[in-house]
Design a protein around this ligand. Structure first.
Ligand code: NAD
Length: 262
């Protein structure tokens, strides 16, 4: 007997939208969902999202359609359009800016909240009526350990991710009787362009090897001394879209090598 029976997330006929899908975690989640036969719309402000979608389609063996849309989530009306008709929403787009609170650029703070909290709200707001009508929907929010804990110099990111956690829980309690679940994944440091940029900057700043930055700086508080891989996050996202997780909602899943266990 297939020990994954009952848990196999066959998503044929489901329409998924993944934001920030040009690279990193978003691209990996799009790949997992397409592999489970969902129709996947990859959205990103970066033009390279088209190439990411082409690569995915070229890999073959997909049951569903793969499309790309170049869109900046700072345009909230454009963000809302992404939610229309979606059965699965993966709120993933985001970025980091490091600066102490008293020097943090106010316009950057506002834009990070707009893209990382208000856009997910607008996408979910547009998606929920059809999800309720179908009595099925899945919202997966790529939060962070910084949705659960603070670090210095990351005020906008920490504030945005805590806000995303609140939005996710509210959607969960409202959607519960409509077959809609909403959950957060809270990764530690994941091997993506976002983190690779930070590693290179720190190595240059401290004049040390990148491997030393990973072990001594990034993973100082992390018992598992390696970066999380995007595919690991993507597999959890896929499980949250499948039948085995129907009772899981309003939850947050650290995937952080034990960082928040300290
Ligand atoms: P990434 O830089 O590889 O990908 C992020 C994508 O979001 C990029 O393709 C970027 O173009 C897109 N994006 C940013 N702003 C956008 C906007 N306004 N409109 C449309 N697209 C936009 O980064 P990643 O590491 O894959 O991060 C993905 C998510 O995971 C982010 O929300 C990040 O906060 C979260 N996360 C990452 C890590 C990590 O260590 N990499 C850890 C925890 C959480």
């Amino acid at each position: 007997m297939d020990d994954r029976s009952g848990d196999a997330p066959g998503l044929a006929g489901k329409r998924a939208v993944v934001t920030g899908a040009a690279s990193g975690i978003g691209a990996a989640v799009a790949r997992e969902l397409a592999g489970a036969d969902a129709d996947v719309l990859l959205a990103d402000r970066d033009e390279s999202v088209r190439a990411t979608a082409d690569d995915l389609a070229a890999a073959g063996h997909l049951g569903g359609r793969v499309e790309a849309r170049v869109t900046d989530l700072a345009d909230l009306d454009a963000a809302a359009e992404l939610g229309e008709g979606a059965d699965i929403v993966i709120n993933n787009a985001g970025w980091q800016h490091v600066s102490p609170v008293h020097r943090f650029p106010p316009e950057m703070f506002g834009e990070m909240l707009r893209v990382m909290v208000e856009a997910p709200f607008r996408i979910a707001r547009a998606a929920l009526p059809a999800m309720y009508a179908a009595e099925w929907g899945r919202i997966v929010n790529i939060s962070s350990v910084h949705g659960l804990r603070a670090s210095p110099y990351k005020s906008a990111y920490v504030t945005a991710k805590h806000g995303l956690e609140g939005l996710s829980k509210t959607i969960a309690v409202e959607g519960a009787t409509h077959g809609v679940t909403s959950n957060c994944i809270c990764p530690g440091f994941v091997r993506t362009p976002l983190v690779q940029r930070q590693i290179a900057e720190q190595a240059e700043l401290h004049r040390v090897a990148e491997s030393q930055v990973i072990e001594d700086v990034l993973l100082e508080r992390t018992p598992v001394k390696r970066l999380v891989e995007p595919a690991e996050v993507a597999r959890l996202a896929l499980w949250l879209c499948g039948p085995g997780s129907a009772s899981v909602t309003g939850s947050s899943f650290p995937m952080d090598g034990g960082w928040t266990a300290h």
